[in-house]
Design a protein around this ligand. Structure first.
Ligand code: NAD
Length: 296
């Protein structure tokens, strides 16, 4: 078992850290929100004074932070992970951030002799709680082999996507598909309503036809056909529209840098931006159907 520094004890980080404890690891934790870290204090968990204190003596460091700016701050800032970690420590960033920052931070870690993985996740808070996350991992093969058993304690799938930054690339490409396809499914249900076709009938037919996709059959945006989908609890997240907007913006930035065209991704980002502007950013992203219905 390993001694792990876990930084970022938020909605995702807290349940992920709990699953590491269940697997027998010991933790030193840090969050800039002192109360968030204190909630996890207990047997085999030491609340550290700061990043350098958390990292001292750790075999591995895991970060779960909001975005690239916080990751840069935590790794590169004064008393940050890269300056404080002892040689041989494995660094794993599970946050969803831009590919360029992921590669830059990993390059600076490597220059100091520290192996680093980018390992963003799919599965949301429910997946973090149930230890069923999917990890998409970028980095050197030997670092991946070292990180895999630790990540496996928090997820059902740990996939090596290639070199540094490729985990982030996989994450934004996946969410590009999801963000666009959810809007398509919602448009279809709204049109069906207008045409007098019952939602249950459209679901029964499309789920067996070429319209079949995850947004329809696992996360149906109308109540009824998929009992576990957020539509059945008034679009309580799940995965918020604000999070989807963040990931589509990351995809858009990456597309611009790569000179890759993504016209529907750009349109989808605009639609989730409308949701946020309407005060619905905290709603599950499948609540985009409310924006498309007449009179809602
Ligand atoms: P969150 O805001 O709940 O948690 C982030 C935590 O990091 C907070 O507790 C915050 O205080 C702490 N923090 C911020 N900057 C810090 C710093 N410099 N040093 C130490 N602590 C710092 O966010 P979350 O929902 O847990 O998401 C974390 C990451 O996971 C994000 O990148 C998000 O895109 C990604 N993600 C989230 C979900 C989801 O459903 N919530 C799903 C997949 C991926």
């Amino acid at each position: 078992m390993s001694h792990i520094a876990f930084i970022g004890i938020g909605n995702m980080g807290a349940p992920m850290a709990r699953n590491l404890l269940k697997a027998g690891h010991t933790l030193a934790i840090h969050d800039r929100d002192v109360a968030a870290a204190a909630r996890l204090a207990g047997v085999n968990v030491r609340v550290a004074e700061g990043i350098a204190d958390a990292v001292a003596g750790a075999d591995a460091v895991i970060t779960m932070l909001p975005a690239g700016a916080q990751v840069e701050d935590a790794y590169l800032g004064g008393g940050g992970v890269i300056g404080a970690a002892a040689a041989g420590t494995l660094l794993v960033d599970c946050s969803t951030i831009d590919v360029a920052t992921a590669r830059r931070v990993a390059g600076l870690a490597t220059a100091r002799g520290l192996a680093m993985l980018d390992a963003p996740v799919s599965g949301g808070v429910a997946g973090a709680e149930a230890a069923t996350l999917t990890f998409m991992v970028g980095g050197e093969a030997d670092a991946f082999e070292r990180g895999k058993p630790i990540l496996a304690a928090m997820g059902k799938a740990v996939v090596h996507a290639g070199g540094s930054g490729n985990g982030q690339a996989a994450k934004i490409c996946n969410n590009l598909v999801l963000g666009i396809s959810m809007i398509g499914v919602c448009e279809a249900f709204v049109l069906a309503e207008q045409l007098g076709l019952e939602a249950e009938k459209l679901f029964e037919i499309s789920s067996k036809s070429s319209g079949q996709c995850w947004a329809l059959t696992s996360y149906c945006p109308v109540p009824g056909p998929v009992p576990t989908s957020p539509a059945n609890r008034d679009y309580k997240p799940g995965f918020t529209a604000a999070m989807m907007l963040k990931d589509l913006r990351l995809a858009g930035e990456a597309a611009a840098q790569a000179r890759s065209s993504s016209p529907l991704g750009a349109q989808a980002a605009q639609v989730y931006q409308l949701m946020e502007n309407a005060g619905l950013g905290g709603m599950d992203f499948s609540g985009v159907i409310k924006l498309l219905r007449k009179g809602e």
